[in-house]
Design a protein around this ligand. Structure first.
Ligand SMILES: Nc1nc2c(ncn2[C@@H]2O[C@H](COP(=O)(O)OP(=O)(O)OP(=O)(O)O)[C@@H](O)[C@H]2O)c(=O)[nH]1
Ligand SMILES: [Mg+2]
Length: 434
């Protein structure tokens, strides 16, 4: 891992554009994001190489002419690591290392490295290690590792087992062990109280591009203090908390890992179980950084990953966050009901009430706030309402009739309306009775 090394890698960034359709500012944004990723990994950037190429070269990915220039730059800057902004095949990576004579890593390895340095929980660590090993197993090609032949044992004919095969076998075994430990850990997690309570609570998951402000909004909605930072992949492990606002119905909010373009497939694979939790979500809050020039592109990337994860069926509210940074936009809290969209600033706490209304509308068909009457025989329903945290105030008439002032989702209320002895009532009815 780069960040855990005592010596900070002197890094040369190799940014190569092979998709010639991109415009100037799109390229600039891509470059900025790539640079942020490198910084997030804790590397010291000593040089940058920026170029366009029609298509990648099969052997080295980068064209020969450009490679010569890069070699000179490495010499001048004394870089000991080169990071390329694409996914390289195993042989391209190896050929580049042989040619440039320094370590070369690609975008996948860079992201895996950042994930490895960020993972804190047991499950998070297992997931990252699994992704790294899966990646490593695709990198074991002849010549990549030491290829000394192991001596064939007595009685063994032929050349014996190569180091390569041993490595492969060891990695295969470790992957198997990791998978079973992960499975166990996930089963354990499913048993946790939140999953059990889920039957009564709605689950709302925050999704979106990395750095869009998901954790900041999550903290707002649940009064938590999760670390929200201006760095890519600040959040790795998903966290679920109950909402604190009595105005909202019973909701669990879940903050998750952010997405990025070309998210390594090994990572999606390894994080599948964590991301699978999203499948049970009743609503997705798709957080978008409204101040980002590239927001359209990023939104499309997120939707692409959501559909890869089979989540496109879940209703979405699009949240345009960081409105405080958009000068032309001063209408915070503005809601578009037709498109299920809201404009907020999570950091400045602007537009959060409107967002809450929209969530209630979407999940519970709105909220009923008012009095209900319950006959004395409906003790079970009364305690259920208490457990749900819906009851704000209670009055009991001389005849034993119970009046409760409740906040409840209209959908949920419908379940009770049919019950004999349960009825909605108005303030004036209660005044008359008492
Ligand atoms: N100006 C402004 N900054 C915000 C707003 N919301 C979040 N930020 C900042 O944006 C940065 C990223 O916020 P996070 O909440 O960590 O973003 P995230 O989507 O959770 O990011 P990852 O966990 O890395 O995927 C932090 O520096 C926040 O302070 C906002 O409404 N306005
Ligand atoms: Mg976060």
């Amino acid at each position: 891992m780069i960040v855990e090394q005592t010596k900070i890698s002197k890094t040369l960034i190799i940014f190569l554009e092979v998709d010639s359709l991109k415009t100037g500012h799109e390229l600039e944004n891509d470059f900025e994001e790539f640079q942020d990723l490198v910084n997030s990994a804790g590397a010291e950037i000593v040089g940058r190489s920026f170029s366009r190429q029609n298509k990648p070269s099969i052997s080295h990915f980068i064209s020969k002419g450009k490679l010569e220039e890069i070699k000179n730059k490495i010499h001048q800057t004394k870089a000991d690591l080169a990071i390329v902004n694409h996914q390289l095949s195993a042989s391209q990576g190896r050929n580049l290392e042989l040619y440039l004579k320094i370590r070369v890593i690609d975008k996948t390895e860079l992201i895996l490295d950042i994930f490895a340095s960020r993972a804190t929980t047991h499950i998070g660590k297992l997931q990252v290690e699994l992704a790294q090993l899966n990646h490593l197993s695709t990198r074991l090609i002849r010549g990549w590792t030491h290829l000394e032949r192991q001596k064939g044992g007595i009685g063994l004919r032929g050349p014996g087992e190569t180091q390569l095969e041993t490595d492969r076998r060891l990695i295969g075994r470790r992957i198997k062990r990791l998978k079973s430990r992960l499975e166990k850990a996930h089963k354990q997690k499913q048993l946790n109280s939140y999953s059990r309570k889920k039957s009564r609570n709605k689950l709302v998951a925050l999704v979106g591009y990395t750095n869009a402000g998901k954790t900041t909004l999550f903290n707002c909605l649940t009064n938590s203090k999760q670390e929200a930072e201006d760095k890519l992949f600040a959040t790795l492990d998903s966290v679920t908390r109950k909402n604190i606002d009595p105005e909202l119905g019973p909701i669990l909010f879940s903050d998750t890992v952010g997405f990025i373009s070309q998210l390594p497939t090994q990572l999606i694979e390894s994080f599948k179980a964590t991301l699978d939790e999203l499948k049970s979500a009743d609503l997705l809050l798709h957080v978008v950084d409204a101040s980002d020039l590239d927001k359209k592109q990023k939104e499309m990337e997120v939707n692409k990953i959501l559909s890869e994860l089979d989540l496109e069926q879940i209703p979405q509210i699009r949240i345009n966050n960081k409105c405080d940074l958009v000068e032309s936009f001063c209408n915070k809290g503005f809601i578009s009901h037709t498109k299920k969209e809201v404009w907020i600033s999570a950091e400045k706490n602007d537009g959060i009430t409107e967002l809450r209304d929209l969530i209630n509308e979407e999940l519970f068909n709105g909220i009923y706030k008012g009095w209900v009457s319950l006959e004395a025989s409906l003790g079970k329903i009364r305690s259920k309402l208490f457990r749900m945290g819906c009851i704000n105030e209670e009055k009991i008439s001389s005849s034993g009739q119970i009046y409760a002032h409740i906040d409840i989702g209209r959908d949920e209320l419908d379940h009770f309306i049919g019950v004999n002895g349960f009825a909605l009532c108005e303030d004036k009815d209660i005044l008359l009775e008492n």
